[in-house]
Ligand binder design. Structure first.
Ligand code: UD1
Length: 425
């Protein structure tokens, strides 16, 4: 298992960072390629992240042909005659988004046997349920049984359009149902959808291939089924969470970064908070210049929420930032109960954080002192790296396979802007 070793504190974070394609947008787009008979070209793919490699392997195991074009960022995916409908446990256990193949397979082939998925353990004892996916797919005509950890699903002919109101907002279930409705018979109305930019990226991708999808409200989509999708070429949006992580890094380490290849309009909530803590921010069409302040101000009551609220995937990174603020701050987590697992590791570096129910109270003015810390999940690992950047001494972050799942080339991007970080076995 690889580790990062970071020598801090970093006092000269300066330069340019090029943001990769969004992992969370690319995963459903890759799953949606199962709906096609024609080839699909996907550009700006963060193909060096582990989750994208797993999804490509999953598609290969289902019979898709994967061909990289020119560079590692562009891939051509072509259906073969050997298409299968079996999502194996050995692949799906490593990644929650693997479940996104279920709806497209049933929609296209009328059947699928698919393992329950794995992924970051973020929800305490309640795991990461998929009830919203399954209940909604049932309303399109999918029937299923659960046997030995597998979902055995089928439909009687084509899935059929229906009116579905999600009882709670879920990013994954929204993506699942959008994909499954595109080839369904007739009209589907999906209410109470998540409206994260990654979901709009998915609908834009499908529309580029001839899908009839119309957003008729902020959280409502109307989809008229089509018989097939056309060949298409699509470029994945930039990664919001990677952008947010580098914005926090610059603010935290008094850095001066030009963060490129990302549309700042998509992270207004995060940028407003960073302004509040004192960051100096200049926005351009597709980049952000961010400078960290001499003194970071505290903020009370950051609350994670579905988009356009503050994203749960940036809560750990902001927690590190607020440890350095002058005053007490708080973050309330509303999406995942287990989001604060890294707080204990931050305490080992000197942070003063207390957690009660869903709220973390963070005392500021922490002088982080380096230690060995262990990553518990993807965003927690990024937070620990950020803490290492401003800790005195040599911080070792273990289990960075979590980080590799979703950050492309993380340590090289950090090295380029002046962070002393090394990967070792
Ligand atoms: C996606 C993102 C993840 C992000 C999360 C919330 C990807 C690959 N992952 O995860 O990085 O943190 O959105 O923005 O895009 N829930 C149920 N039943 C379900 C589905 C979800 O109860 O069937 C619950 C979850 O346990 C959680 C909440 O709903 O408490 C939100 O989860 P969801 O929006 O589905 O997150 P993911 O799609 O898994």
């Amino acid at each position: 298992m690889d580790k990062f070793s970071i020598t801090g504190p970093c006092r000269v974070m300066r330069g340019e960072v090029s943001i990769s394609g969004s992992k969370n947008a690319a995963l459903p787009i890759l799953a949606a390629t199962l709906l096609f008979d024609k080839p699909v070209i996907i550009e700006n793919l963060p193909s060096r992240t582990r989750d994208i490699q797993v999804m490509l392997n999953l598609l290969k195991s289902l019979g898709s042909n994967i061909q990289f074009l020119n560079n590692k960022k562009t891939v051509k995916i072509t259906k073969t005659k050997k298409q299968k409908q079996f999502g194996s446990y050995s692949i799906l256990k490593t990644m929650r988004a693997g479940i996104l193949i279920l709806g497209p397979l049933v929609s296209k082939y009328g059947k699928s046997i698919c393992s329950f998925p794995g992924g970051c353990v973020l929800n305490g004892n309640s795991g990461r349920p998929i009830n919203l996916h399954l209940e909604a797919l049932k309303k399109l005509g999918m029937k299923y049984e659960i046997k030995k950890g597998y979902i055995h699903a089928k439909s009687n002919g084509k899935l059929k359009g229906n009116k579905i109101e999600f009882p709670a907002i879920s990013v994954g279930a929204s993506q699942q149902l959008i994909m499954s409705s595109v080839l369904a018979k007739g009209k589907t109305l999906l209410h109470n959808l998540a409206c994260e930019p990654e979901i709009l990226d998915l609908t834009n991708f499908l529309i580029s291939a001839g899908a009839k999808i119309k957003w008729i409200g902020k959280r409502t989509c109307q989809i008229i089924g089509v018989s097939s999708l056309k060949e298409t070429k699509y470029s994945v949006m930039g990664d919001r969470i990677e952008t947010g992580t580098f914005c926090v890094a610059a603010t935290l380490a008094k850095g001066d970064l030009l963060i490129k290849n990302f549309d700042p309009k998509l992270i207004k909530t995060e940028l407003n908070l960073l302004k509040k803590v004192g960051a100096k921010i200049k926005l351009f069409k597709n980049s952000i210049n961010i400078k960290g302040p001499e003194r970071i101000k505290s903020i009370k009551n950051i609350t994670t929420k579905e988009y356009p609220g503050f994203p749960t995937d940036l809560a750990p990174q902001f927690m590190v930032l607020l440890c350095k603020a002058s005053g007490t701050s708080s973050i309330t987590e509303n999406i995942f109960q287990g989001r604060f697992l890294h707080a204990m590791e931050l305490q080992r570096l000197g942070a003063k954080i207390t957690i009660k129910n869903r709220t973390a109270k963070i005392e500021g003015s922490t002088n982080f002192i380096a230690a060995e810390v262990m990553s518990s999940d993807l965003r927690a690992s990024a937070a620990l790296v950020l803490a290492g950047i401003v800790s005195k001494g040599n911080t070792v972050v273990t289990r960075v396979y979590h980080c590799d799942r979703g950050y492309e080339n993380f340590e090289n991007k950090l090295k380029k802007v002046g962070v002393k970080i090394k990967r070792s076995k």
